[in-house]
Design a binder for this molecule. Structure first.
Ligand SMILES: NC(=O)c1ccc[n+]([C@@H]2O[C@H](COP(=O)([O-])OP(=O)(O)OC[C@H]3O[C@@H](n4cnc5c(N)ncnc54)[C@H](OP(=O)(O)O)[C@@H]3O)[C@@H](O)[C@H]2O)c1
Length: 259
């Protein structure tokens, strides 16, 4: 089976990321309909992806597609979905991209709709290298699941995971890049002032980051042994502060998403 039309309720960042990846992989269905409350956001998306049909702020347009991505922030989701539930066909698959709202909450808001998937994508999806854990409701058949996962394979890795773990993935893997990207930007700026050319520091940094990740997560060394490999640690006296910031802020965020 194939999903001939896909709709996106909300045309912001994650919609652009997913559509860019599908487009690069040559997997954009013929009919893609996107709605958004903000006309500028839709105009920006359509400039990059002219084959996308804009539905303005009418969420019923995307809601009538075969597969409907819900790309809204959790506080506005229930109300927005409640308003378009009559446009959603029983065989359509809803793909929620938001944390916090469970499959059962979404089904209730949608008057008992059964076919619901939840995915927590991450931004490297934009270059088809995302890590996008997904869970499926029981009403989705094996055949439907295979078709959905086939489409999602264009986005990167999409492992099926227990639904109750999705908020953990949201804090660790979806928001994860934001904990590191600004630090890599500082290192890039410094590298330039130290006289490295752009190509040189890009290669040095990206190889250092990939190698450091493999040493931590794909070697036989323990984390303590890994961190003991380098005796000189210029940020050592700040590490405790940084650990405490991570622990305090991310635990609070996780609690909020699960609350
Ligand atoms: N970005 C990521 O990397 C990422 C990763 C994983 C999960 N997600 C999830 O994806 C969801 C969307 O995130 P995002 O990053 O795409 O946010 P975003 O860039 O802020 O996009 C959300 C868009 O939805 C619009 N909107 C608000 N209410 C609406 C309504 N009732 N109907 C139609 N459009 C409406 C917003 O317009 P206004 O700004 O005018 O309100 C905004 O343009 C969130 O639940 C987020 O947790 C995002």
């Amino acid at each position: 089976m194939q999903y001939q039309s896909i709709g996106f309720i909300g045309g912001g960042r994650i919609t652009r990321i997913i559509l860019t990846a599908l487009n690069k992989a040559g997997r954009l269905p013929e009919k893609v309909v996107v709605s958004d409350a903000n006309p500028e956001v839709l105009a920006h998306l359509q400039k990059e992806l002219p084959s996308v049909t804009g539905a303005g702020d009418d969420n019923a347009g995307p809601a009538s597609c075969d597969m409907i991505f819900v790309s809204l922030h959790p506080p506005v989701m229930a109300e927005a979905l409640g308003k378009v539930k009559s446009s959603i066909r029983p065989e359509a698959v809803i793909v929620s991209l938001a944390p916090k709202l469970t499959t059962s909450m979404l089904s209730n808001v949608l008057g008992g709709h059964g076919k619901i998937a939840r995915m927590i994508p991450n931004a490297p999806t934009i270059i088809n290298k995302g890590y996008n854990p997904v869970s499926f409701s029981k009403a989705i058949s094996a055949e439907e699941k295979a078709a959905i996962l086939s489409l999602f394979s264009a986005l990167g890795d999409c492992p099926e995971v227990p639904e109750e773990n999705l908020e953990a993935y949201a804090v660790i893997a979806a928001m994860g890049p934001t904990y590191f990207w600004f630090q890599w930007q500082v290192l890039s700026d410094l590298a330039r002032t130290f006289g490295l050319k752009d190509d040189a520091f890009r290669e040095a940094l990206s190889k250092m980051i990939k190698g450091a990740a493999d040493t931590m997560f794909a070697s036989s060394l323990t984390p303590a042994e890994v961190m003991d490999l380098i005796p000189v640690k210029p940020l050592a006296e700040d590490e405790e502060t940084i650990r405490s910031i991570f622990t305090t802020k991310l635990s609070a965020l996780y609690g909020k998403l699960k609350g």
